[in-house]
Design a protein around this ligand. Structure first.
Ligand SMILES: CC(C)(COP(=O)(O)OP(=O)(O)OC[C@H]1O[C@@H](n2cnc3c(N)ncnc32)[C@H](O)[C@@H]1OP(=O)(O)O)[C@@H](O)C(=O)NCCC(=O)NCCS
Length: 219
């Protein structure tokens, strides 16, 4: 599998949004149909200040590309350089701000744990929110997630990156391994967002990322 990374623009979203949502639903193991509800939110995110998205594109064998799981992720020209290219990974985020729901949930959670207003302000003052990072299961385990994340965070003007991810026993999944390997530390643990009973962790780290992290095999 040959992989390349592409910059995804808001202007081109008609080409990549559906394939990206397919990756999201498959990677997170959400019920089919979830993408219909997420699409308007992802579109709204595109308009936020500092939004940036990166995609991982794989060149597939002509016999493979028409199989249903791949066909759903085909990206048409001009975004694709060839007819047998499919999206296998997506990462995006934007500059965090006080009027955003996620920011307000984080500040609420931090205050609940007894953090001072000054601490809460400091943590949420200047950060890039890593909103989504997903690699299709057929392409996981090759360093593509790390490559996407490093690329997305390169050159960011913010002084930190923050994210939320579901709590997993013993932090035993690829997302946790990746974040820990890249030096993300706990910001807030076992938080439940309004309207979602699952516990989440907020993790973060200073930017830029150090350059001595083992480069991804594909990067
Ligand atoms: C989390 C996720 C994006 C990580 O992407 P990924 O491409 O699978 O993982 P990484 O980039 O970290 O690759 C690491 C794997 O590649 C392997 N690898 C090989 N060479 C590598 C290299 N040079 N550098 C890094 N990893 C390398 C590692 O051994 C590791 O394998 P392992 O997980 O079997 O131990 C992806 O697994 C995913 O989409 N998961 C489901 C959705 C999800 O949880 N998203 C995050 C929600 S917050």
């Amino acid at each position: 599998m040959t992989i390349r990374l592409v910059e995804l623009t808001g202007q081109d979203s008609a080409f990549w949004l559906e394939p990206a949502l397919d990756i999201y639903v498959t990677a997170m193991n959400y019920p089919r149909g979830t993408e219909v509800h997420r699409a308007p939110l992802w579109r709204e995110h595109i308009a936020r200040p500092g939004w940036r998205a990166v995609g991982a594109v794989a060149t597939m064998a002509p016999t493979e590309v028409h199989r249903p799981h791949a066909a759903r992720r085909r990206i048409p020209r001009p975004l694709a350089a060839a007819d047998n290219e499919v999206l296998v990974g997506i990462a995006y985020g934007y500059r965090g701000a006080r009027d955003q729901w996620w920011n307000q949930q984080l500040r609420f959670g931090l205050r609940q744990t007894g953090r001072s207003d000054a601490d809460v302000d400091e943590i949420t003052r200047d950060y890039f929110e890593l909103t989504e990072l997903h690699v299709h299961p057929s392409a996981q385990g090759h360093g593509i997630g790390q490559w996407l994340l490093r690329t997305l965070l390169t050159g960011r003007p913010e002084s930190a990156v923050l994210l939320s991810t579901p709590e997993i026993p013993a932090e035993d999944n690829r997302a946790w391994s990746l974040y820990r390997r890249l030096g993300f530390v706990d910001v807030l643990r076992h938080f439940t967002f309004t309207g979602d009973p699952r516990p989440f962790a907020f993790l973060g780290r200073r930017l830029p990322l150090p350059t001595d992290i083992r480069p991804a095999r594909h990067g």
